[in-house]
Write a protein that binds this ligand. Structure first.
Ligand code: 13P
Length: 261
């Protein structure tokens, strides 16, 4: 059985003080829910400047199944890369890292090739990469979703062996659904996620396609998470806007109810 993952991408919200307060507020509730569901995992991904503060709060409140993730990192070990964070530095505090988010691809011109280097670096340092893929509005309207997804998988994951490929997490985030309040329908998301498993089976074999955990992201709230998780191919959510609100706890609660069944 695959773990259900509810990850919160806080994006560029909450500096250290606010991040600490928010974490202290939601952590006991999250823990209560997740502790009873060993097949669930929640990953909090604050901005890098707040990782340390959130880590401290997490150290002070005993939890089970709640982990810390970064929103990005560089692939080099160390050196003259102003403003960047090395994998080993991330590893000091985090167990996971979001890579290739569409906002990084669009605003900071990250390519699949760069994402690929980061994925290799994350695995090398024992970090769980959450690799984001998804089509933009134009590609969606032109019916190019499958070819875009296929290319992104091939390029972003180039050089991984089947075992590495089964360990990572993929987040399918259609760009037109991010921050728009206009989520993909659950059946649309499921179709693409099913297709991702199909591409996976072609490249890495049936076992990897069964093992890979695939999340949906884009305007997920406590009101619609149930619809997505009702599809067996969808293993969880990568939550943006709702992850910095108490609604995140409700999303985790609703997910737990479904996982329990
Ligand atoms: P929203 O949930 O705000 O649409 O953001 C999704 C996202 O980009 C998560 O990484």
């Amino acid at each position: 059985m695959r773990t259900t993952i509810i990850a919160g991408n806080w994006k560029m919200n909450f500096g250290p003080q606010q991040a600490s307060r928010f974490t202290a507020e939601i952590l006991p509730e999250l823990d209560k829910i997740i502790r009873q569901h060993p097949s669930m995992l929640s990953i909090l991904c604050p901005p890098s400047i707040s990782l340390s503060a959130v880590h401290q709060v997490m150290q002070s409140i005993p939890t089970h199944g709640i982990e810390l993730g970064a929103q990005n990192m560089y692939f080099e070990d160390k050196g003259a890369f102003t403003g960047e964070t090395a994998p080993e530095m991330v590893k000091e505090l985090c167990s996971a890292v979001i890579l290739g988010h569409s906002e990084r691809r669009n605003y900071f011109h990250e390519t699949d090739e760069l994402v690929n280097k980061k994925v290799h670096a994350a695995l090398h340092y024992g970090l769980l990469p959450i690799v984001c893929i998804g089509e933009n509005t134009e590609q969606y309207e032109l019916g190019e979703t499958q070819s875009v997804i296929r290319d992104q998988i091939h390029r972003s994951l180039a050089g991984l062996d089947a075992e590495q490929a089964s360990q990572i997490v993929i987040a399918y985030e259609p760009i037109w659904a991010i921050g728009t309040g206009k989520a993909a329908t659950a059946s649309e998301a499921n179709m693409v996620i099913h297709y991702i498993r199909y591409v996976y089976s072609e490249i890495y074999g049936a076992d990897a396609a069964q093992a890979i955990r695939i999340l949906y992201g884009g305007s997920v709230t406590s009101a619609n998470i149930g619809e997505f998780l009702a599809y067996p191919d969808i293993d969880g959510g990568l939550i943006g806007g709702a992850s910095i609100k108490p609604d995140f706890v409700e999303i985790v609660r609703k997910s737990a109810e479904i996982v329990k069944k």
